[in-house]
Design a protein around this ligand. Structure first.
Ligand code: NAI
Ligand code: MG
Length: 324
């Protein structure tokens, strides 16, 4: 039996995930759904952001639907999402950016770089180690190449890096180039800062962008500009044995608890989960329902409307389930 973990997490995770879960349950009527409580709220309640059992449960699942977690900038508190990505070795963070005129995908290395977690915090001096290894660079480059080949858009694979300043990125860039060459893919090597502007000016030039952990994090929020904001962007965290699907956005404490968060990023993440499990036509049906709902102007305030999270979720669900 297919097993799915549902993690709402903190803040708007609790509001958007129920809308995505409803759709998952529709397409997976026989799956077992397991709720897992973790995050900052859980830490406040129990002193642990994610218990050992919860981590074990996550490892037993075929896929995880994840909302968002709050991470306070406190030296004593470690990001639980980073821990999950490390423990489950979710090495590829796939972030599609899609709208009428834009269709690109960011492939972000998800286990090392500046988010290696190797840090020394002091009063006068703090350091964070930026780790780039051959193995992790190679596997993310291979993933990006296979996505590029599959998409077949006749556009070069773009490598985003800062090898001029960060010598650790020379290794990353060179491995990406070498892997792309073995696949006969054309590549375009770009400095990440220039890339951030160019992708906004000329999104049509881009298809697959491969980059390191933190650059991918920043670039994907930047690309939110191309699609109407963070409420629209889904993502997949894929490893060899595990897969976790989550909106790109965080727990949005500024709007949490008001029922106005845009659930589309979470719903599109559910669509990526269904695609990953090989559920035929689900992703297309979900995207068609999202498009119809957008066309009707049933949208949350971030997109200029006055619909609630639930209104948007229910409209999308009704179109999928044939009740509208
Ligand atoms: P954020 O993504 O939560 O919010 C940034 C801005 O976008 C806010 O103004 C928010 O209201 C808006 N926004 C985000 N998602 C939205 C949605 N679905 N609908 C409408 N508006 C939306 O990022 P922020 O504010 O930097 O971080 C807040 C907390 O979330 C922090 O504790 C941070 O560590 C955490 N975070 C967690 C992530 C995760 O769990 N994957 C990712 C990013 C941040
Ligand atoms: Mg981010």
């Amino acid at each position: 039996m297919t097993k799915i973990a549902v993690v709402e997490g903190d803040g708007i995770g609790r509001e958007v995930i129920p809308e995505a879960e409803k759709i998952l349950r529709f397409f997976l009527p026989d799956a077992e759904f397991v709720r897992v409580e973790l995050g900052f709220d859980q830490w406040k309640k129990t002193g642990s952001a994610c218990s050992k059992e919860s981590m074990k449960t996550l490892k037993e699942m075929d896929a995880i639907l994840f909302g968002a977690v709050t991470t306070p900038p406190d030296p004593e508190y470690k990001s639980i999402l980073l821990q999950i990505r490390h423990e489950l070795d979710l090495y590829a963070n796939i972030r599609p950016v899609k709208s009428e005129s834009v269709d690109l995908v960011i492939v972000r290395e998800n286990t090392e770089g500046l988010y290696s977690g190797i840090e020394e915090i002091g009063e006068e001096r703090s350091t964070t180690l930026r780790v780039v290894t051959r193995d992790c660079s190679r596997r993310i480059a291979e993933k990006a190449c296979s996505i590029s080949i599959q998409r077949n858009q006749n556009k070069p694979l773009v490598i985003g890096h800062k090898a001029n300043v960060l010598k650790s990125d020379i290794l990353f860039r060179d491995i990406c180039i070498a892997v792309a060459e073995t696949q006969n893919l054309s590549i375009r090597s770009m400095f990440i800062d220039a890339l951030c502007l160019d992708v906004l000016l000329h999104p049509d030039r881009y298809d697959v962008i491969v980059t390191t952990n933190m650059f991918g994090d920043i670039l994907s929020d930047t690309c939110g500009y191309l699609t109407g904001g963070l409420g629209m962007l889904p993502s997949a965290n894929i490893g060899k044995n595990h897969a976790l699907f989550e909106p790109v956005h965080g727990s949005a404490p500024d709007i949490a608890g008001r029922g106005i968060a845009n659930p589309i990023a979470a719903i599109r993440s559910a669509a990526m989960l269904l695609e990953h499990l090989g559920v035929q036509d689900a992703a297309e049906k979900i995207e068609a329902a999202v498009q119809q709902t957008l066309a009707l102007g049933i949208v949350t305030p971030d997109l200029g409307g006055n619909a609630s999270t639930r209104d948007v979720g229910e409209n999308i669900f009704a179109k999928i389930s044939g009740n509208q």
